[in-house]
Design a protein around this ligand. Sequence first.
Ligand SMILES: Cc1ncc(COP(=O)(O)O)c(C=O)c1O
Length: 390
Amino acid sequence: MRYDFDQIIDRRNTNSVKWDSTPEDVLPMWVADMDFRTAYPVIQALEKRVQHGVFGYASIPDAYYEAEVSWWAKRHHIKIKKEWIEVSTGVIPSLSAVVQAFTEPGDRVLIQSPVYNYFNSSITNNRCEVVQNELKYTGESYEIDFEDFEQKAADEKVKVFILCNPHNPVGRVWSISELQRLGEICLKYNVLVVVDEIHRDLIYKGNKHIPFASVSELSLMNSITCTAPSKTFNLAGLKTSNIIVANEEYRNRVNRSINVNEAIEPNAFGIEALIAAYNEGEEWLDQLLDYLQGNVDYLISFVNERIPELKVVIPEATYLVWMDCSSLGIGSEELCNKAFEEGRLRINDGPTYGETGEGFIRMNIACPRALLLEGLERLERVVKSLHQKT
Ligand SMILES: Cc1ncc(COP(=O)(O)O)c(C=O)c1O
C-alpha cells in the first residue's frame, strides 16, 4: 500500500496538545508528535476494538510481548526475552519510577545536556540532583566529553545515568564505541544506565541505531531500556510503553516501582495498536522514513539558500531538527518569542533542554512538506526582520 504523507490533516479540535493549545493562525512545529495518520493496520485494529464497544480494564496478551520481541529482532537485530518486558504508561513515567527505585533522596543522576527536558523532572521530582555531562558542540555536530563523564560518574552520589539513544534534541545516533565506553565507565563506578530509546526507529540514511543493551553482556545486565511505539507510529496519546530489564533483581525493583507509581495499568487501545504496529507496520514505517529524509534534505537546502544565518545540525535521527541561531545576536528564547508573536510559528527554544541549548532552536519537521515550507518561510521572515531592525 502506498501512503500519502503529503496529505494535510486538520488536527484542530481533536484535543491535540500541539495544535489546540496554539492559536488558530500559528503554525505549531514544537511538541514531538507527527501530523501524519498512522499505519493502516493500526487504524484497522483500533476500529475493530472500538466496534466491540466494551472498554473495561485490560490485561496484556502473549501477542503483545511477542510483537515487542519480534520488533527488537527484525528492526534492531537483538534477541530479547518476553520475561524481560515490563509494560508501563509512558517512557517518562517509566524513567521516574526507575529513578525512584534506584536512588535515595539527595542522590545524583547524570544526564547529557542539552537533552529532553522531562529527564530533569523525573530526577528532581524524586528529590535527586541533576548532574550534567555537557555534550560538546563541534560547530557541526555533538560529541561526548568522556573525561568529564568519567569524573562525574566517579562521584559516589551518582547512582544513575539517563542516556538518550538516539539523542533528542541534538539528533545523534551514538556509535558502538561511544556506547561501549559509556557502558564501561558506568560499570567501573557502579552507575546504573537507564536508556531512553523512544526514537530508535527514526534513523536517517547512513546511520544505524545500536541498542545500548547489545554492546556487551555486562552492559545488558547493568541497564534498563525504555521503548515505545509512540514516536515511531505516532501513538503518543495511547500511553503505552515498555521497559526492558534483563537483570532479574533490577526487574523486580522496577516492577515494584511502576506498581507503586500506578504506571502499570495497560491501555486497551494501546495494546491493540502496539501489536498491529509491530507486526504489520513496517511498510508504513519505511515509507515514513523516506518522507522524513526528504523533509530533512528540503530543510537543509532551504536554510542554506534562504536563511544562511542559521546552521542546521544535520540530524542522524529523530524528526526534531536542532539549528544553531547563535550568529543572529539575539537569545534563543527571544527568537522563539518573535517567531510566535510576529512570525506566527511555534518552535522550541534551545534553553528548554538545558543552559547549553542557548544559541539553538528546535523545529519539528514531521509534517506534510507544504506545512514544512510554510514554517520555513515564516522563520525566514522573522530572521530577515531582525536584519531590518539593526
Ligand atoms: C527522548 C524522549 N523521551 C520520552 C518522551 C516522552 O515519552 P512518553 O510520552 O512515553 O512519556 C519524549 C517525547 O518527546 C522524548 O523525546
